[in-house]
Design a protein around this ligand. Structure first.
Ligand code: AMP
Length: 395
């Protein structure tokens, strides 16, 4: 038996604190709930008052513009917050309701789910939501209507699935090396267990691979389990663009809403050191995202940008029905052949959308108004309510 404790406090706008629920919950470790079914979510949605929908998310990642965008589109908003982490949502005034939890992962607890459903909440998933709630819980246990296709989240989380979706779309990815002994040119070595991009390294031969593995282990950045899962791919020398798309399932259309490039520690610090001093300093690069820059891409590359988005959307329809739904992101490097090489995808809102909370060059061209990704999501929900087609965009 496992014991769970949860404290949930609901704060209304007038700042009165009402304790809604405080109790212990018991269930067996091996208790396994059924997979969340679309029909069940649709039945819940039927009980909702469509005139009073609340847009809710977890207080982290991209919550600020998800919530601000929802308010701009006329919705009430709610944030599920870890106690002590509410400051940005209070100070920026983006949330009408706060549901406090001891830990982010408690968003999947039954009491929180009931609170959300009582608010007619549609939850917008983001990277931290999936990470804290746990992918299996989102798939099996979280019975609250969610924007997007919840089944596609696994396709971004598992490297083989991600590669299958991208390569079956005919999109160029860095070549993958099955065996370190085959390394014949610069490669990047990635580890699933490593924190962020810490422990990633570049090498050009099997001998160098072995040396660097030992070095990373001695730094404590990776362990033997990580080594067994090492992912080796061609190093693409190019410039970084993370392209933020929105697929409107209502209109069957792919939009490009913005782009960012990553600001990564410590690689972006190392390149500020002159070559000679770099050698003497003997620093190992890491690729942990610490921020994002807004960026625009050379206009002649935009046809490739749209083509990649369109192709991925078509493949996703085949591989994981009903396919993409809402925001997705392709992270790429552009090489000197002006070829866009995709090394990663997000099948939900990506953190880099924070660079255009007030709109981007592209979203302005598209909409003629300040359109963040968060606002675009709520615009889609609003349109679906008006057209009585929420079933198309909710799972
Ligand atoms: P990832 O964890 O896959 O998002 O990679 C972290 C960072 O490593 C990226 O933001 C890029 O700067 C860099 N990177 C990833 N894959 C490659 C690659 N194949 N070639 C060159 N740089 C890469």
């Amino acid at each position: 038996m496992k014991k769970f404790q949860s404290l949930i406090i609901l704060i209304r706008k007038n700042k009165n604190i009402i304790i809604i629920n405080y109790h212990y919950k018991f269930f067996k470790d091996d208790e396994k709930m059924g997979k969340v079914k679309k029909e069940d979510i649709m039945s819940i949605l039927e009980t909702y008052d469509k005139e009073n929908i609340t847009i809710a998310t977890l207080g982290s990642h991209t919550a600020l513009h998800i919530l601000r965008g929802a308010k701009q589109e006329g919705f009430r908003t709610a944030v599920v917050c870890e106690k002590g982490k509410e400051v940005p949502y209070e100070r920026f005034g983006v949330a009408d309701e706060f549901i406090f939890v001891d830990e982010f992962k408690d968003i999947v607890n039954d009491e929180v789910q009931e609170q959300l459903k009582a608010m007619n909440a549609i939850v917008v998933p983001h990277g931290s939501f999936v990470a804290y709630a746990g992918l299996s819980n989102v798939e099996d246990k979280f019975n609250v209507p969610m924007f997007g296709n919840r089944d596609i989240l696994r396709w971004e989380a598992e490297r083989d699935k991600e590669r299958k979706m991208i390569t079956e779309s005919g999109i160029r990815m860095p070549n993958k090396y099955e065996n370190p002994e085959d390394i014949d040119k610069a490669v990047m070595v990635k580890f699933p267990g490593a924190r962020g991009g810490q422990g990633y390294f570049i090498c050009s031969s099997f001998e160098e691979f072995q040396e660097k593995i030992e070095e990373m282990k001695s730094r404590g950045w990776i362990n033997d389990d990580d080594v067994a899962d090492a992912h080796i791919e061609e190093y693409v020398c190019g410039t970084n663009y993370c392209i933020h798309y929105f697929y409107s399932a209502l209109k069957d259309e792919v939009e490009v809403l913005g782009m960012d490039s990553r600001y990564e520690t410590n690689i972006d610090g190392i390149v500020r050191i002159p070559a000679q001093e770099q050698i003497e300093a003997n620093l190992s690069p890491s690729y942990v995202v610490s921020g994002n820059h807004p960026v625009v891409i050379r206009e002649s590359l935009l046809p490739q940008v749209f083509e990649n988005g369109d192709r991925l959307v078509e493949t996703a329809k085949e591989l994981v029905k009903p396919g993409m739904n809402g925001p997705f992101c392709l992270q790429c490097l552009v090489n000197d052949d002006r070829e866009i090489v995709i090394f990663e995808m997000s099948a939900r809102i990506d953190g880099g959308t924070n660079t255009f909370m007030n709109g981007s060059a592209y979203s302005y061209i598209q909409f003629g108004e300040f359109m963040s990704m968060g606002r675009r999501i709520s615009r889609e929900i609003k349109n679906a309510i008006e057209e009585d087609r929420l079933d198309v965009i909710i799972t």
